[in-house]
Every structure is written in C-alpha cells, then in structure tokens.
Design a protein around this ligand. Structure first.
Ligand code: SAM
Length: 277
C-alpha cells in the first residue's frame, strides 16, 4: 500500500500507551500530512504532536460531543479533506471513542484506513504467557445492571479474558470477578511500556489479598485465565431448580435464568421448563 495521504480519507491512528518511542513512522507521517486531526483531548494530543514537531489543526472528538462533532468531521471528509482520528493513548475505538465515526464514515462512502500501533490489551496479552490462541476482550466491566450479565456469561468461558480497569475500581472488580467466577489464574499487567512496567502472575484470591494491604496505582490490564478443562462445573451438584435459582439470585429474570441453565447443560430450554413444572 502506498504511503501517500489519500484525499477525503479517515485515518484511525494508534498512538503510544506510555513509551513515546512506540509511535510508528507511518503514524508520524499521517499525523503530519493529513488536513486535520480529530482528538479525544486536544491538550493531550497537542503535547504528543509537539514532541514530534508536528503543527496541525486539531478538533475535539470525544464521548460527549461525538454526534455533533462527528457530523462536522464527516462533512469535512466529504469535501475532500483528510482526517486522522487519535485518542489519548492506544488504538481509537478500543474502549475509546471512534466506533461511531468509523461507522458513519463507511456509511457515507468515506474510506477508513487503520494505522496500527499500541493497544494495551494486546501489549499485555502477548507477554503474559497465557493461552493467546483464542481470547475474549471485555474492556471495562460495566458499572450498571449489565455487569451481572457479563459476569454470568463468563462463568464457563474457557478462553483467556482481558479486562481494562482504572486503579480506583480495581479492588471492587477483583472481588466481583472472584465472587462470580471463583478463583482463576490472573496476570496483573501494570504501567505497560512505562518505567514501572510490571507483570504479576497470581490468582484472583491472592490479588485480592495483596490489595488489602496497599492501594492499586497506575494503569492496569487484567488477563484472566479461562476455566480449566478439568475444572468441575459449578452446577454439577445442583438440581435443575437450584441451577435456575442460582441465576435468579444473580439478578436474571426467570426466563433468562432458564435460558442460561439450558446453555450450561447443553440442552433445549423446553426440557428445563418441563423439569421446573
Ligand atoms: N484505546 C486504548 C488501547 O488501545 O489500549 C485503551 C483506552 S482505555 C480508555 C484506557 C485503559 O486501557 C486503562 O484504564 C487501562 O486499563 C488500559 N491501559 C492503557 N494504557 C495502559 C498502560 N500503559 N498500562 C496498562 N494499562 C493500560
């Protein structure tokens, strides 16, 4: 692929997650040559650009102005201008703004071009030594009623699961994961690509103990081992009714609890209904 900037194209540009040397040659070229940059935080991206001596007009594009700002950006792209989308760190649209802009651009016939680079999830996973053939990216665990649903969906997950978490919510998230999934192998991946980078291979229960004595500091990716093949499934000793009640106690409606129970047991919903009668 030629490296010339295309008119009217939206570039999705990954930026470093700590170590500024992780910016790619191509990212620098795109940032220097597009007509304008759309940034999650103009101040943060302004600092990055000045580090590379790039002077460019920057517009804001973030979670709470994405509709209006998105429409303006699309209109500029349609008029033939090229734009680079960046976020504060890492890859746009990965637990960051960008998805809706890419979707609108594609719907408007605008070319969307990724410029790959750092992404905390992949940076963490690749160095944990955990099974990376198949994995699930959950991003931030929801804080609302959806949380229970997500946790329940992970109870029998055999693939490695990756979460993002802010330090002030880490303790709560570890406790929620432990109470929903039981003990699991865990890698706490902290301050990736920075001076205090740290990988701690532990378990959920040990990590909970560790943070009883100290407060989490810095940015974290949690890489959780999937459920072991030989692990006894939690519902093995439960009757069908107890199994359905388990999900109801977790906040699911009776219908959803029956569905979840049927899924665990690999049987049709109807057979669970019949047993419940
Ligand atoms: N789009 C970004 C990416 O590609 O990784 C993620 C942005 S998300 C808003 C921020 C979260 O990513 C942080 O709360 C943390 O969980 C994770 N993260 C970002 N940089 C990190 C780093 N240097 N070390 C560990 N985790 C990091």
């Amino acid at each position: 692929m030629a490296n010339e900037i295309e008119k009217g194209a939206l570039y999705v540009v990954a930026t470093p997650i700590g170590n500024l040397s992780d910016i790619t040659e191509r990212a620098k070229k795109v940032l220097a040559e597009v007509d304008f940059i759309a940034a999650e935080d103009t101040r943060v991206s302004g600092l990055l650009l000045s580090r590379f001596d790039i002077k460019k007009s920057i517009v804001n594009y973030f979670e709470h102005n994405k509709k209006a700002a998105g429409e303006r950006i699309i209109s500029d792209l349609l008029s033939g201008k090229s734009c680079a989308l960046v976020t504060d760190a890492g890859t746009p649209a990965i637990s960051d703004p960008g998805t809706e802009l890419c979707e609108s651009a594609r719907q408007s016939g605008i070319k969307v071009i990724p410029v790959p680079g750092a992404c905390a999830a992949i940076c963490a996973l690749c160095a944990t030594g955990f099974d990376s053939r198949r994995f699930v990216f959950e991003g931030f665990l929801p804080q609302d009623s959806e949380k229970e649903e997500v946790l329940t969906s992970l109870v029998n997950e055999r693939r490695t699961v990756i979460f993002y978490e802010a330090p002030h919510r880490l303790k709560k998230t570890l406790a929620d994961l432990f109470s929903a999934l039981g003990d699991r192998k865990l890698c706490l991946c902290r301050e990736l690509t920075k001076i205090n980078e740290e990988f701690v291979i532990t378990t959920l229960s040990e990590a909970i103990k560790t943070y009883e004595e100290k407060d989490p500091r810095g940015e974290y990716v949690l890489v959780l081992g999937g459920k072991a093949e030989t692990e006894e499934v939690f519902w093995q000793k439960l009757s069908v009714k107890e199994h359905v009640d388990f999900y109801i106690d977790k906040g699911l409606s009776k219908m959803d609890a029956i569905k979840a129970c049927a899924k665990d047991r690999g049987v049709a919903k109807n057979s669970i209904y019949k047993e419940m009668l």
